[in-house]
Design a protein around this ligand. Structure first.
Ligand code: ADP
Length: 572
């Protein structure tokens, strides 16, 4: 029987992750019973230490990429978006409200403030501590004399004309999974949360947090939380599906709204892609907070690196449980991940039979290009290595299990591009699960055509039934160009939003060509806005279109991009 996959939760971790994985047949890591590194997935709310990225084994995954604070800290996000704005233009990077980082930019803020007409009455500002979340420490003000702070904060122009439902303000919590930064591979989930304020929006009372902030952590303590609030109902959350239904009666180009949100996600991620080291075995779930104004224009408020997985109400349950389950599907655990169990089992046997030298380290990682980073982490990494090396399965053991033809390479991370170890990491280049399994099995055993005796637990890696049929259909539709890395078009509710066409696939394969990506994004947005396909120029492009397709994220039943564009062309 196949060994179960093992998950490890830091600090007892999110209960929801535990529940989903146990239901799928995983086992929870118990440090009294297992060796330090005998696990497949390590989940933690906070960042991992750099040494933990360095010492990853082929079958181990972490739920954070290294160095993503560039978008998840409020001040870093501002700096990165500003840099992109300066390089690629303010017409493109216009989705974040004007922001100042205080105290450093106090003078610039003052200058901007003084330029505003009728400043006491008109413009509102919102002040937020840079490293707090859940609405803590936030306040609104109009008059400069009300700006009081004792820590690093961002002061941001308040979007004072939000779209309201029955008079209540709301924002969207969009779930984004970055499966890889090198090459950039992004999925956005079809389900999301609509988070409402619980008192009617009113600009004459800026101090009422229940009217101006949409954080659940605040509103669930509001006096009107349980009251029926017009169309909003009781509580403070809707699912995205309910919001889509609301949008249908709004007489707007719904697809264009989704595409603009999709653009915000891609453009924000582009701002850090170059600085995130390559770590193929990491996957990260980000929470993008988007506010829609009364003109249906989406704004980015912030990016969360640890979106809440708490279950406060039924809506949470219906959105978040599917989300985590789809995330596990996206992690794409395959036969190779079961080698953990085999390795640790065999290690014990080898130790007793051959008295193997278990302190032999696994061969070294690809070297980091970032010299300073290396220096800084050398010491801690060495300490960590010393601490853990006696528990790493020896190379002989790994070879014995993986087969002599299999090169044993730890996955770790590097700042270089495309350091793939395809034989032991996610396999997006195989077209079907069976093919993937065959490839892994034969390479693992160093044999051709002979199937591994190891069979992964079907519960733990297959798509849920309701998506399997649809996914197969789309995978058939989207044949990969020969020799290119084509990530699956979807995994359950997660829709691949980047790369979205042959040009962006090509632009992301070696060193990300941001300019090409931006041009393609603009082209697609114009097409979605007008609902028309631009003239294609050559045969090559048409051929590529046949080979690589994407789904349009957002609408309830997302159409294939090519089919949607073709149908629009025929109709015009
Ligand atoms: P936190 O990390 O503390 O949740 P956010 O930046 O998400 O901080 O802000 C909390 C809430 O404040 C948001 O959910 C939103 O309702 C409101 N908010 C934040 N910034 C703005 C803004 N610029 N305009 C309008 N509302 C905002």
């Amino acid at each position: 029987m196949a060994a179960s996959l093992v998950f490890r939760l830091h600090d007892r971790g999110p209960q929801l992750v535990r529940e989903v994985l146990l239901e799928r047949g995983w086992k929870e890591y118990d440090k009294r019973k297992r060796e330090d590194r005998d696990w497949n997935l390590y989940w933690r709310g906070s960042e991992f230490h750099s040494s933990e990225y360095h010492s990853l084994l082929p079958w181990q995954r972490l739920n954070h990429h290294p160095k993503t604070a560039g978008i998840t800290r409020k001040d870093s996000l501002v700096r990165n978006l500003r840099r992109m704005k300066a390089t690629f233009g303010s017409a493109l990077y216009n989705f974040s409200p004007t922001t100042f980082i205080l105290p450093n930019e106090y003078t610039s803020f003052l200058a901007e403030y003084k330029l505003l007409p009728n400043r006491e009455q008109s413009v509102c500002w919102i002040c937020k501590p840079v490293d707090l979340s859940r609405g803590r420490g936030i306040f609104l003000f109009r008059d400069m004399k009300d700006l009081v702070y004792n820590c690093s904060v961002v002061v941001q122009r308040y979007i004072s004309n939000p779209l309201l439902i029955s008079g209540y303000k709301f924002d969207l919590r969009i779930y984004v999974c970055v499966k890889s930064f090198h090459p950039l591979t992004v999925y956005i989930h079809q389900e999301a949360l609509v988070r409402f304020a619980t008192e009617k929006y009113n600009l004459s009372s800026l101090s009422n947090v229940f009217a101006h902030l949409t954080n659940t952590s605040i509103n669930k303590f509001g006096p009107f939380y349980k009251t029926q609030k017009g169309q909003v109902g009781s509580g403070c959350k809707w699912t995205m599906s309910k919001f889509r239904y609301f949008l249908q009666n709004q007489n707007i180009n719904e697809l264009f709204l989704w595409q603009r949100i999709n653009n915000i996600v891609t453009l924000t991620l582009l701002s850090i892609t170059g600085s995130v080291p390559n770590c193929p075995n990491c996957v990260e779930l980000f929470g993008f907070d988007i506010l829609i104004d009364s003109k249906f224009r989406p704004w980015l408020l912030e990016v969360n690196h640890n979106p809440s997985l708490a279950l406060d109400c039924r809506t949470d349950l219906s959105v978040k449980k599917g989300l985590i389950s789809d995330l596990v599907d996206l992690m794409d655990y395959t036969a190779v991940d079961g080698l953990r169990g085999k390795t640790y089992q065999t290690q014990r046997n080898v130790q007793t039979s051959f008295n193997a030298n278990i302190s032999t380290p696994v061969p070294s990682l690809p070297k980091l290009k970032d010299h300073n980073f290396q220096q800084k982490n050398k010491k801690s990494s060495k300490m960590h290595h010393e601490k853990t090396k006696r528990q790493i399965p020896p190379v002989e053991t790994l070879h014995w299990i993986l087969g002599s033809k299999m090169k044993v390479v730890k996955t770790g991370f590097s700042s270089g591009q495309m350091k793939y170890t395809p034989q032991v990491t996610n396999r997006d280049d195989a077209e079907t699960q069976d093919e993937m399994e065959n490839e892994v099995s034969s390479s693992v055993l160093g044999t051709q055509g002979r199937r591994s005796t190891f069979r992964p637990s079907t519960d733990s890696w297959r798509l849920p039934d309701k998506y399997r049929k649809r996914r197969r259909f789309h995978v058939e539709e989207a044949k990969p160009p020969i020799g290119q890395h084509v990530p699956p078009i979807r995994a359950g509710g997660f829709i691949r939003t980047f790369p979205f066409n042959p040009a962006t696939l090509k632009a992301s394969l070696v060193k990300l060509d941001v300019l090409v990506v931006i041009q393609e994004l603009q082209k697609l947005t114009a097409q979605v806005a007008s609902g028309r396909l631009e003239e294609t120029t050559g045969e090559e492009e048409e051929e590529d279109e046949d080979c690589f397709d994407s789904l349009l994220w957002g609408p309830e039943d997302p159409p294939l991009l090519s089919q949607w564009l073709n149908s629009k062309t025929k109709n015009t």
